[in-house]
Design a protein around this ligand. Sequence first.
Ligand code: ADP
Ligand code: GLC
Length: 486
Amino acid sequence: MPKILYACSELHPLIKTGGLGDVAGYLPVALKGLRQDICVVMPAYREVLARAGELTAVAQLIIPGAQAPVTVLEGRVPGTQIKLYLIDAPEYFDRPGGPYAGPEGYDWPDNAARFCVFARAVVSLALDRAGLNWRPDLVHCNDWQTGLVPALLAQESKRPATLFTIHNLAYQGLFSWAHFQSLGLPPQLWSTEAMEFYGQFSFIKGGLIFADRLNTVSPRYAQEIRTPEFGYGLEGLLNHRAAKLSGILNGVDYSLWDPRHDPYIAQNYNSLTLKLKAHNKADLQRRFALTEVKGLPLIAYVGRLVEQKGMDLLVKILPELMRYPIQIAVVGSGKKALEQTLIQCAAAYPGRMGVYIGYQEELAHCIEAGADMFIMPSRFEPCGLNQIYSLRYGTIPIVRRTGGLADTIVDTTPESMKSGAATGFMFDEPTPHALLAALLRAIGYFSSSHKWRALAKQGMQQDFGWQKSAQQYISLYQQIIKESAV
Ligand code: ADP
Ligand code: GLC
């Protein structure tokens, strides 16, 4: 049985900023369920220490650059039997705020040093230099925060195999030459064949170049990042490594995201009791101070308010869209300008549009349960989880045909309705006009409650549980380990 070390920078329910947290919180559980020998390692942020429960110090590491010895704490991922290692370097991780940014939303200025210390600690565990008597066969790294791990391991003659998962190529961990110099890294890493990227120090390149294998979180995104439109200048490298790059669609955790047993929502329901969803809609209308009328479609969004997600497109079509009898609820945080604009929009349409700026797990569940439609007008989307959650809640996704959105939703046409395959509404161009056209199509369908219910039920029957993805990861792990043994 191969031993896997899973390295990540966020993990639900300890700390989460987006989908990576959801995936890290559940993929290892699914793998363990399939009898894999897996441990998880992440930084001991303040919030994580507060939530992790019982922890034992099991090792001390001397890490170049860190003022004090770094402690390895051992515990369990809450609610599971999975061994969790926390890298406790208080000068880097014990502070208020998020994993990557301070309370004001600005990136921590010492992020290069923070994730360098983390990577060096992961490498110590990976090479069994921390005295834990456990040597993984493979280290599974996730996103730029772990990009240095494959790069540092590649400098070793006897090392475990490495897999680097790209959850989002737009976040690359770019820093200056001065940062590189200050970290005391092997000088050969500063090269365009290594981690230098147009004069900058790129953490993600460490993963892209040095990992034995690469994968993205949907098959379509694995193709997209090989083009200039989605590759950010890394498409040449990704094409060069195409034989080592694949896509594995994320699964979702239905123990947390299913209206049959979701503890956050006003009323549980299933596909046979779909009528009960109306209680959740009324609850959502109250929470967002929307007029409590029945029969209007309630269109919702939950997510980060950044360029990627395309919510500025919704802002642009509001005057036109609001001519129709609809309501809107939005939960999110991110770019301050967009947050402000959305607040102003809500003020302009009292009783018809509600906005909550901030991060609120419970509200995210209430949106899934209470809304009729969930929009994701993303410019790009490596996988996307909310559209998959929406399917299970009988909330129809309206998505742009890109990345994981294209891989998980089937557009509604007379044919796909007839065959029972339709699950949502899709549009192609990332333009306000295309989004509006898709919304109007959905609003048209909504007026036929019979058709709408059929569509919702089709979505609720879809199964995107982790089983299939986890099996694919296991095959990939086995292949990589086999290849690297030769
Ligand atoms: P991304 O990882 O790009 O942010 P995903 O769709 O993969 O997008 O995952 C987003 C996850 O983060 C979902 O679980 C979503 O519910 C959650 N989320 C994002 N923003 C918020 C918020 N403001 N409040 C609550 N949950 C949020
Ligand atoms: C990223 C992507 C998102 C994906 C998530 C989990 O944050 O933006 O599409 O679902 O990672 O893999």
